[in-house]
Design a protein around this ligand. Structure first.
Ligand code: NCD
Length: 311
């Protein structure tokens, strides 16, 4: 078994605080590699990693590919349109065929919650969840925690407001599972129809008023409305939504702490959940999150696959 004591990375729900801290510490070493002029280390030389992405992605897919390459692994990308899933093959059959090519790891994104868990049961190689339906997106939570920890020094006792479509957000879910280990105060804000039914399971509280939700918090995490996962009636009119729940620079100045951190996993719908002056203002760590994404995914692959030297 590797240093993490895990065969797969399926969700933050399964991780201990020690495992999360180990991943974040390792990501720090990877961030240092990413600052070198030659950003390539022999850690996973000779291994092949498949990125099987059956849902759209810019940041996650690209950063998994860059992460694998910086560790000297060979990365192969497969997307829905270009795969036999489009011809009616099941995900499991596709994955078994890929495994038969002697690959060493499967990174998978799929619209069905639980899909990577099914593959992990059936395959012998490690499976990494790159987002499954509304369930989890563990590497996003890790990069969010990493970004916050780098800025604040620690995650303990954090006050964080997560705003928007929490119900359909695997990003929110993964972050909330992880934050249980750090005695964080989690405030959820957004329309009641977009709150998760299992809010209490996370020890989170609901703030219908955004100004109250963001008062005194260390971090504000904004989310996109997952229109593709919402069935008709629950989709709020966007103009009304952005009046009530849109983050603007004026609102930040009025209601938030001066040193508040503003985050967003991307893709941003500018003018809906946040205005350009909020997304691009001095409080924004949105691009730092993207930078951290490469380091965190390097750490995940390196630790899961028992990687070697970083020199
Ligand atoms: C998120 C996702 O796909 O869950 N994006 C990402 O990975 N950075 C969030 C979203 O799509 O809104």
């Amino acid at each position: 078994m590797n240093a993490l004591g895990l065969r797969h990375l399926l969700g933050m729900r399964d991780l201990t605080r020690q495992q999360i801290d180990l991943l974040l510490d390792n990501a720090r070493a990877m961030a240092a590699v990413n600052e070198r002029r030659i950003k390539k280390v022999p850690s996973l030389r000779g291994l092949t990693i498949i990125n099987l992405f059956l849902e759209n992605s810019t940041r996650t897919r690209t950063s998994f590919e860059i992460a694998a390459k910086r560790l000297s692994a060979d990365a192969v990308n497969i997307t829905a349109g270009g795969s036999s899933v489009a011809k009616g093959e099941t995900l499991l059959d596709t994955a078994r065929n890929l495994e038969a090519m002697a690959v060493d790891c499967l990174v998978v994104r799929d619209g069905h919650s639980g899909a990577p868990h099914v593959l992990a049961e059936a395959l012998k190689i490690p499976v990494v969840n790159a987002g499954d339906g509304v369930n989890e997106h563990p590497t996003q939570a890790l990069l969010d925690l990493y970004t916050i920890r780098e800025k604040r020094g620690s995650l303990d006792g954090l006050k964080i407001a997560i705003v928007g479509d929490i119900r359909h957000s695997r990003v929110a879910r993964s972050n909330m599972w992880a934050l249980r280990h750090y005695a964080a105060e989690v405030r959820l804000s957004g329309p009641a129809t977009l709150m998760p039914p299992d809010l209490d399971a996370f020890g989170a509280s609901y703030y219908p008023d955004l100004d109250e939700a963001i008062a005194e918090v260390d971090v504000i995490m904004m989310l996109r409305i997952q229109q593709e996962r919402i069935k008709g009636a629950n989709l709020p009119p966007l103009r009304e939504y952005s009046n009530e729940y849109g983050l603007t620079a004026a609102r930040l100045r009025r209601s938030a702490r001066e040193d508040v951190i503003v985050m967003h996993p991307g893709p941003i719908n500018r003018g809906v959940e946040m205005s350009p002056d909020a997304a691009d203002g001095p409080w924004s760590l949105i691009l730092d999150q993207v930078t951290a994404g490469v380091a965190v995914r390097m750490a995940v692959l390196h630790l899961l696959l028992g990687g070697g030297s970083l020199e």
